[in-house]
Design a protein around this ligand. Structure first.
Ligand code: EPZ
Length: 422
């Protein structure tokens, strides 16, 4: 087990390069199952979750050759001979469920462990299963597994009563090889869905409207190989913007898609953070000004992303005045609250809203990471804090942030990875 030891109070300065998007890469890697040819993907982040999906795809028979140096991977799906995702892997990463649609579409069968809940909520997959059943899959859920088979998927109209990122991705992938046309209504609009559609269309799929709430997919007989570069990670970029702000630093963030970050940029600017384009895909973030309070409600894209909720809460803790943070997507995504309070934050949880009263600075303390984005908020608090912060169980962080300690060190942070801290 490893921990981070952070001495806070250093304004971050310099430039940082954002890695590829975890939440675009995961479905795109699964989409290789649909292909008849070799798939080459660039800008793949080096993360624990990416290792997990490679392991899972390897069990199915997909060969993945990762070039760590260049963040590129070559996938050869021609050797697929198994169609089961075991509990051990799925329980460690829910996104494993994204092999369900592709396996059903290409091989007409799949056995995938139910993901089970995770720290932030129950996270059911009922919408995924209902959509696939409507397209002609026989779905049986027993002994903790989804058993699915079909004589051949058929296009249909799938209506989601609430946006689901994974559900939209599973149905969209399944529909690429289904007979006829599939219309998804109430689709999630996240940029990662558009990126997946771009990769699939590169393989010869016929998808229109990805990124909007209605997506049309005309099924084709087969998909070829593809070369595709994954979009940058908008949540990592948002986390580094918050890091510049919480340390009163001046940081250039490179390799960002500002058009994917409008809601986050708007809220940070409202707090008094200055964000200025400094190039085609880079921004300057100036956190030297005084931070004011903010009211945030998380919502499906293009609203404020739930994956930035913990990070902007940490920032609001050391902004002046009174702020409120409302979580509308997941039912248990406030586990960072008690840990931030151990560092001196003044927070009051009432239902799905946390009321914040600003303090001057955090106090360093020993804290525990509980889930990916909660851990990020504790790193932010430690960077701001008076004194030393020890963050335990940093494996949560390593699921979604590539080399975060190295990147922060290049910006001048005093952060060390050390053994210990159960
Ligand atoms: C994706 O999870 C992301 N993960 C999450 O990022 C992100 O927080 C989430 O979308 C919302 O933006 C990946 O892309 C790998 P959903 P996903 O289906 O697809 C409910 C991170 O930190 N729901 O959009 O699982 C669900 O319970 C992770 O990088 C159903 O009720 O999210 C939730 O309340 C965390 N039935 C809401 O919908 C279903 O069948 C949104 O979930 C599916 C979802």
């Amino acid at each position: 087990m490893y921990k981070f030891v952070i001495e806070g109070g250093i304004p971050l300065k310099g430039e940082v390069v954002i890695s590829g998007s975890k939440n675009a890469a995961l479905p795109i890697l699964c989409s290789s199952i649909l292909s008849d040819g070799i798939c080459r993907f660039a800008n793949i982040p080096r993360l624990k979750d990416i290792d997990t999906i490679f392991k899972l795809l390897g069990i199915l028979g997909v060969e993945a050759e990762m070039d760590d140096e260049n963040h590129e991977v070559t996938m050869d799906p021609s050797g697929i001979k198994a169609f089961e995702a075991p509990y051990e892997l799925v329980k460690s990463m829910r996104a494993s469920i994204l092999i369900l649609g592709p396996l059903l579409a290409r091989y007409k069968r799949a056995k995938v462990s139910l993901p089970g809940g995770c720290a932030i909520g129950v996270r059911p997959i009922d919408l995924h299963l209902k959509g696939l059943a409507k397209m002609g899959a026989d779905i049986d859920v027993s002994h903790g597994y989804v058993l699915a088979k079909t004589s051949g998927l058929k296009g249909d109209r799938i209506i989601f009563n609430k946006p689901t990122v994974g559900g939209t991705e599973n149905i969209m992938m399944a529909a690429t090889l289904a007979k006829g046309i599939t219309i998804i209504e109430g689709a999630a609009r996240e940029p990662e869905i558009k990126d997946l559609a771009d990769a699939l269309n590169g393989m010869g799929a016929r998808i229109e409207g990805a990124g909007e709430s209605t997506i049309a997919i005309e099924g084709v007989d087969n998909l070829s190989g593809v070369e595709h570069r994954v979009i940058p990670d908008r949540i990592e970029a948002g986390t580094f913007m918050a890091a510049a702000a919480i340390t009163k630093g001046l940081v250039e963030i490179r390799g960002v898609r500002l058009d994917h970050m409008a809601a986050v940029v708007e809220k940070l600017e409202e707090m008094g953070v200055r964000i200025m384009k400094s190039g085609e895909a880079s921004v300057y973030v100036d956190g030297s000004g005084k931070l004011g309070p903010i009211d945030v409600e998380t919502a499906p894209y293009p609203g404020f992303p739930t994956d930035m909720q913990a990070q902007i809460m940490a920032l609001a803790c050391v902004a002046g005045g009174a702020s409120s943070i409302t979580e509308n997507i997941f039912e248990n995504r406030f586990m960072h609250v008690p840990e931030l309070m151990r560092m001196g934050a003044r927070l009051e949880e009432k239902g799905n809203t946390v009321f914040v009263r600003g303090i001057d600075r955090f106090q360093g303390a020993s804290v525990m990471a509980t889930d990916l984005r909660a851990s990020a908020s504790l790193v932010l608090a430690g960077l701001n804090a008076r004194g030393r912060t020890e963050l335990r169980r940093i494996y949560h962080l390593e699921r979604g942030y590539e080399d975060i300690d190295r990147k922060l060190k290049t910006l001048g942070a005093n952060i060390e990875r050390q053994v210990g801290g159960i």
